[in-house]
Every structure is written in structure tokens, then in C-alpha cells.
Design a protein around this ligand. Structure first.
Ligand SMILES: *Cc1c(COP(=O)(O)O)cnc(C)c1O
Length: 334
């Protein structure tokens, strides 16, 4: 396959997507359609009132040629939860799984070899055409699943990321952070762009009121030789599947894992002695080398990826790639 190392993440879509639409209280039988365009009303609910949510999961082609999706059930369940939070018609979990399988099956030949993967993007949008539906949930919807061969998400290699610690602004509104929806990205984008431009930061760690939540697109971990910490779940941030997986793996490896409130001050104290990393399907676990807070730059270690971060990341990648046994039943053969 092509050179996925240099490919921009998500820029190449395989030719077909799988879809099911909702109308008159019914979901249609899934079918395959070309992935390069679709026909929706310019008045579609999603285009005016942001009735949209999505998922992002990966499938890996093992050395023997078989293809395995990582924690598909958990991603499907989260999509259904996001749909409910957005007052979108909630598709049955079984249907979402079937549409995902159909898209992967159609793209089988385009699933790249390791260390690349197939990124799977289930998306749900409100499609009924009525610009007068501001006060109503979408009555018609389209579920579609895109598939895209991808290489690594961050291109910094062995260099750690630079994050800005933001203690005033929210990423999104209280209570809506646990929906995986484009609106949350839109609401944080201006600050993220500003942090990139003015501080050369890769991401922002949002900690409104001095309480750490997450970055714009990944959960936050603090790591030390015996301990792994991450903020306890609240409705204000996205509950990552990677977050859950890393916590469980770390516990099995003998780390003391803690899910609790973490303050911005504690995160800054952590910089002096330990590691910070960001977790998500795209990035897996990406080490932070620099934290900028109130105009002060704090370097972690030598600014590279810390050893605990590297070890945990590798443990997860080994399961995903079939190198280590899937003892927790996280993979689904596709
Ligand atoms: C998708 C996402 C994550 C990471 O979730 P994973 O399930 O680990 O991929 C974290 N934060 C936000 C805002 C997200 O959209």
C-alpha cells in the first residue's frame, strides 16, 4: 500500500460508504453508496441546528491478513448515547454495528498493513428539510459510515507535544462535553487556533475553574513509575474508549490507577517530576513535552516521550496489532 506515514490523517476515503436512513419511525436496510458525495436538502436540520454526532474507531490488518476492529461495542454504545443527547433518532446498536461491518467489508482490499490502520467514521445527521425546526429534534436522519486508511496522527515523532493549559475558557458548555459532536469542536476551535498561532501549541488542556477536563480531542493522563491518573468522568468531557482501555491495562500491569478530580495546579506540579500524555483513538497515547501556563513554559523531562507513556502505549498497540493476546476480548474480527 501507499506511504501512510506521510499521509494527512483522514484525507483518503475508500470509494464506498455504508448507510441506513431513518424516516417515519423506521431505519432502512443498510446499503452501500459512493462516498464522494451525498444529496441532502440545504434546509437539512443538521446544517442549521447541528444535529450531528460521530464516532472514530480503528480496524487493523494483522500479519495473517485478518482484520480486527478495536472495542467496537463501546464505540457503538457511545454513538447511541451521543444521539440521545442531541435529540437525534437513536439507532439500535445492532444496526450501527451492521452498517460498520458493511463498510469495512466493502473496503477490505483497502485496509493497509500495520502499523497503518483503517479509521472508521460512523456519522449520524438530522436530514429533514425544515428551517423552522429550531425547537425540535431531527425527525429524519442518515447514518453513514466512512472508512479511511490512516498512518500516525501526530507527526512529531519522538518529540513531545506542546500544550497550553487554559484555566478560564470552556471547551464546550457544561453537560454537553460527553457528546461526541462537531459542535464541541466548533466551540473550541477559535481558542485552539489562537494557541497554535500565538504560543505554537499543538493543543489546549481545558481546565475551566482550575479543574482539568481534556484537550480539544483527547483525554489527559498523568503518569509516574507506579501511578496512572486521569480525571474522573463528568458530563463535561468525552469519555474516551482509549482512556478506559489504558486505565484497565495499567491496572493489570500493576500501576495504581486513580480516576479523580485533578486541578491545574496539580498538573503543573506533575511537570517537575513525571509524565503527561494525551489519549485517543487517532493518537493512541501521545506524550506531552511542554506545558505552557500563564505565559510560563514548563518542560517535562527532556521534552520527549516518557518511559511510562511509551510502555503503556506499546502494551495497547501490541493488543491492537495481534502481537499480544486479547485477554479482555476487545477485538472483533471483521
Ligand atoms: C473522540 C474524542 C476523544 C477520544 O476518545 P477515544 O474513544 O479514546 O477515541 C477525546 N476527546 C474528544 C473531545 C473526542 O471527540
Amino acid at each position: 500500500m501507499g506511504n501512510w506515514q506521510t499521509l494527512p490523517f483522514g484525507a483518503v476515503l475508500l470509494e464506498q460508504m455504508a448507510t441506513s436512513s431513518y424516516r417515519d419511525g423506521q431505519w432502512s436496510e443498510p446499503r452501500l453508496v459512493p462516498s464522494d458525495r451525498m444529496d441532502i436538502s440545504p434546509a437539512a436540520h443538521v446544517l442549521h441546528y447541528s444535529s450531528t454526532c460521530f464516532e472514530g474507531l480503528k480496524a487493523y490488518r494483522w500479519r495473517d491478513g485478518s482484520i480486527h476492529a478495536f472495542r467496537m461495542d463501546m464505540h457503538v454504545a457511545r454513538m447511541c448515547r451521543s444521539a440521545a443527547l442531541l435529540c437525534l433518532p437513536e439507532p439500535p446498536a445492532e444496526l450501527v454495528a451492521r452498517v460498520i461491518r458493511m463498510a469495512v467489508d466493502a473496503g477490505r482490499a483497502g485496509v493497509p498493513d500495520l502499523p497503518a490502520a483503517l479509521y472508521i467514521r460512523p456519522t449520524l445527521i438530522g436530514t429533514n428539510g425544515s428551517i423552522g425546526s429550531a425547537g425540535k429534534g431531527a425527525e429524519e436522519a442518515l447514518l453513514y459510515v466512512l472508512v479511511s486508511p490512516v498512518g500516525p496522527y501526530f507527526k512529531t515523532g519522538a518529540k513531545g507535544l506542546t500544550v497550553l493549559l487554559e484555566q478560564a475558557a470552556w471547551r464546550t458548555t457544561p453537560g454537553f462535553g460527553m457528546a461526541k459532536t462537531g459542535a464541541n469542536y466548533a466551540s473550541s476551535l477559535r481558542r485552539i487556533m489562537q494557541a497554535k498561532r500565538e504560543q505554537d501549541a499543538d493543543q489546549i488542556v481545558f481546565a475551566p475553574g482550575g479543574i482539568v477536563q481534556e484537550t480539544g480531542a483527547a483525554n489527559v493522563f498523568l503518569l509516574a513509575p507506579e501511578r496512572v491518573l486521569t480525571p474522573a468522568k463528568t458530563e463535561d468531557f468525552l469519555h474516551g474508549v482509549t482512556r478506559d482501555s489504558l486505565l484497565r491495562l495499567a491496572a493489570r500491569q500493576g500501576y495504581r490507577t486513580e480516576e479523580r478530580q485533578i486541578s491545574a495546579d496539580e498538573l503543573l506540579r506533575w511537570c517537575a517530576t513525571s509524565e503527561i500524555a494525551l489519549s485517543g483513538t487517532a493518537a493512541v497515547l501521545a506524550g506531552v513535552g511542554t506545558v505552557i501556563a500563564d505565559g510560563v513554559t514548563h518542560q517535562l523531562g527532556d521534552g520527549g516521550i516518557g518511559p511510562v507513556t511509551a510502555r503503556l502505549r506499546q502494551a495497547l498497540v501490541d493488543i491492537q496489532s495481534g502481537t499480544a493476546a486479547d485477554e479482555l476480548g476487545w477485538l472483533t474480527e471483521m
